[in-house]
Design a binder for this molecule. Structure first.
Ligand SMILES: [Zn+2]
Length: 66
């Protein structure tokens, strides 16, 4: 285990106090990919990008239709 008090974002490498994981995105579980630890900024960026990529111009209010 790491002894460092500081956490590092796995996406941008910034030292942050808190890290977040994109656990809310079911795609990660479906693909069995390791979920990276992100700072708040990267977390929000990825979430926004993924929504645009998957939904295109479809409204975000549309639930998962699978
Ligand atoms: Zn980051």
């Amino acid at each position: 285990m790491m002894m460092s008090e500081k956490l590092h974002c796995e996406s941008c490498g910034s030292e942050v106090d808190n890290l977040r994981r994109a656990m809310v995105d079911a795609d990660y579980n479906a693909l069995n990919e390791p979920v990276p630890w992100d700072c708040n900024r990267c977390y929000e960026e990825k979430r926004t990008q993924r929504q645009h990529k998957r939904r295109g111009s479809v409204s975000e209010s549309v639930p998962n239709l699978r």
